[in-house]
Design a protein around this ligand. Structure first.
Ligand code: NI
Length: 174
C-alpha cells in the first residue's frame, strides 16, 4: 500500500469528469487500498479517485465515528464504485464541509438530508440503499468530485472568493 499525493485546488485535474469502472481487477483493488491509506493518513472521512489523480468513478468513505461518546473511532471502510443517486429527499440538511483538496477550509453546504443510492462494492456486488445523516452528506460530496465539482462550487461567489483568499494566505504562511 502507498500514501498517494492529494491534488489540491486549483489543480485543473480536479475538474475532470471521471469515467465508469469497467472491471474490478487487481489494479483497482490496489488503487482502493492506496486510497484508504491516503485518506486515513490525511486524515479525512472520504476520498474520490480523482483526488489522487485517477479519473475513475471510485470513492472510499469511512466516517470513523466513535461507537459511544468515550469510545475509540471504529473503522468501517466503505467502497463505492460507479455510484448513482436514484432520488434525494426534499428535506435539506446543512453541514460544515471540508475537503482534502481544499485543505483546512470549511463552509456550510446544503444538500438533501437523505438519498437513495446504488453502487457496486469492492467485490462487484450491486448495492442499493437509502442513506441518511453524515454518510448522505459525505457520499454526495464525494460524488460531486466524479463530476469535477468541489464543495466550494455550492457557495455564493463572495463566500467562495473569501474562502480561496484564506487558503492562499494559509499557503503563504506555511
Ligand atoms: Ni472533497
Amino acid at each position: 500500500m502507498a500514501i498517494l499525493p492529494i491534488l489540491e485546488t486549483p489543480d485543473p485535474r480536479l475538474r475532470t469528469i471521471s469515467t465508469p469502472v469497467e472491471a474490478i481487477d487487481d489494479d483497482l483493488q490496489r488503487l482502493i487500498d492506496d486510497m484508504f491509506e491516503t485518506m486515513y493518513d490525511a486524515p479525512g472521512i472520504g476520498l474520490a479517485a480523482i483526488q489522487v489523480g485517477v479519473p475513475k468513478r471510485v470513492l472510499v468513505i469511512d466516517l470513523q465515528e466513535p461507537e459511544e461518546e468515550e469510545g475509540e473511532p471504529v473503522k468501517r471502510p466503505m467502497v463505492f464504485i460507479n455510484p448513482h443517486i436514484l432520488d434525494g429527499s426534499e428535506e435539506i440538511t446543512v453541514y460544515n464541509e471540508g475537503c482534502l483538496s481544499v485543505p483546512e477550509q470549511f463552509a456550510e453546504v446544503e444538500r438533501p438530508a437523505s438519498i437513495r443510492a446504488s453502487w457496486m462494492d469492492r467485490d462487484g456486488r450491486i448495492r442499493e440503499e437509502r442513506i441518511e445523516g453524515l454518510l448522505a452528506t459525505c457520499l454526495q460530496h464525494e460524488m460531486d468530485h466524479l463530476e469535477g465539482v468541489l464543495f466550494i462550487d455550492h457557495l455564493s461567489r463572495l463566500k467562495r472568493e473569501m474562502l480561496l483568499k484564506k487558503l492562499t494566505k494559509a499557503r503563504k504562511a506555511a
